[in-house]
Ligand binder design. Structure first.
Ligand code: FMN
Length: 392
């Protein structure tokens, strides 16, 4: 790319097939496969790292040598959007991987959005309680298992490095950081070492975010940069916020989180999808009794406190990723007034000063229980064998 030393790549994780493939799952078995990986990782107890020598070929530089990309008309400046932070809890040492957009301010300073409900924010609060900085490494362009581990939100106390290793099927080859006491996954294309300064907030944003609007300027944590380096043939990963690459992997792991929650409580849970957004969740079930779908809705609301704002339940022959079909099923399979559940005044997405994300709506789009014979999807026999040339 002109003006920078590194080529830029984007759209690496934009398709459901690619994400399912990374997890070793078929397209409609991702949720079950991911849930198994998460529980296996929880049992693996910290065997995630294989320490290797730090390569002597790494190229040292500064932030402004990297592609500094400004994405939207009103963004406050250039951002690193594929920014995966690896940090350890100051008290327990549990490693965490998560994405946090990072605004470039100078070669020594990034300003970083740490969502309140995310683990890195909790780690930062724990460091602040000790009046200490929180060390972290920022990985730009990491291996797929690190990428997917960073999308995941797993139970507190479990390590997302263990999850990445479980996904890769082998320990993560890592070398020691140069200015921080942290392992650096050797696959990382570009690495930024540094520390979050305690009790320091500075202006970050506005930034065009995943919901399609600008997040206004706010006071956010400051990351002091202590080292920047990259592989000799490094490629710089850029993610357009709100694009398929931003949405698809996160939708997949959020759907799997809801799937695991429901599957542990109720029968007949087949698949979950959060397409096309994050705030909606569609659950495919095999109906077992009258009212089953309504119980699934109630449980789905509590599966994720941030995202399950609109939940829809569909039948086993429906595609949960096709929300248009789900709405069609809802309006064509029964009374709309009896099949909507509205839960007033429940907090939702954490960043919500005006309560725009409060409340939950559930929609039962399944067939009336026991009347599936009246709602057989129509089909045309032999349609797939018709050749228009035989008739025209
Ligand atoms: C490309 C991308 C960018 C993201 N940017 C942010 C961000 O700026 N701030 C934030 O709090 N979460 C952001 N997220 C969401 C979190 O990284 C994600 O929910 C993660 O699972 C949180 O991890 P944790 O549960 O280990 O805390 C982003 C996710 C993706 C995929």
């Amino acid at each position: 790319m002109r003006g920078t030393q590194l080529p830029v790549v984007t759209n690496l994780y934009s398709s459901r097939e690619r994400v399912a493939d990374i997890a070793g799952a078929g397209d409609d078995t991702f949720c079950r496969r991911w849930s198994e990986l998460v529980s296996r990782a929880a049992d693996s107890q910290g065997a995630a790292i294989a320490t290797v020598e730090r390569p002597t070929t790494l190229v040292a530089g500064k932030l402004s040598d990297l592609p500094l990309l400004t994405y939207h008309a009103k963004d406050a400046g250039p951002y690193f959007t594929s920014a995966i932070y690896l940090a350890k809890h100051p008290d327990t040492g549990t490693p965490n991987l998560s994405f946090h957009r990072s605004m470039y301010v100078s070669d020594s300073e990034l300003r970083v959005r740490l969502g309140d409900t995310h683990n890195l924010a909790a780690y930062y609060r724990a460091a602040e309680a000790r009046d200490e900085p929180l060390e972290a490494v920022l990985l730009l362009g990491a291996a797929p298992e690190i990428f997917m581990g960073a999308c995941a939100s797993i139970p507190e106390g479990a390590s997302e490095l263990d999850l990445a290793a479980t996904l890769a099927g082998t320990a993560i080859a890592s070398y020691q950081g140069t200015t921080v006491d942290l392992p650096v996954p050797a696959s990382s294309q570009v690495v930024v070492e540094g520390r979050f300064l305690p009790h320091e907030r500075r202006s970050e944003g506005p930034f065009g975010e995943f919901l399609g609007y600008y997040v206004p300027e706010a006071e956010n944590p400051v990351f002091e940069v202590t080292a920047v380096y990259w592989q000799p043939d490094a490629v710089f990963h850029s993610i357009l916020c709100g694009s398929a690459e931003d949405h698809v992997p996160m939708q997949a792991v959020n759907a799997a989180k809801t799937f695991a929650h429901l599957d542990a409580r109720l029968p007949g849970i087949l698949d979950v999808s959060c397409a096309p957004g994050f705030m909606n969740t569609t659950i495919r079930i095999r109906q077992a009794y009258e009212g089953h779908a309504r119980q699934v809705l109630l449980a789905a609301f509590s599966a994720d406190m941030d995202y399950n704002k609109l939940c829809i339940v569909v039948d086993e022959d429906d595609d949960p990723a096709d929300i248009a079909a789900a709405i069609r099923a809802f309006v064509n399979r029964g009374r709309v007034d009896h099949r909507v559940m509205v839960i007033d005044d429940v907090p939702g997405f954490y960043r919500d000063p005006h309560r725009d994300h409060w409340g939950r709506v559930g929609i039962d789009a399944t067939r009336p229980f026991g009347r599936s014979d009246e709602f057989v999807k129509k089909s045309i026999p032999g349609v797939e064998d018709i050749d228009p040339d035989d008739y025209l």
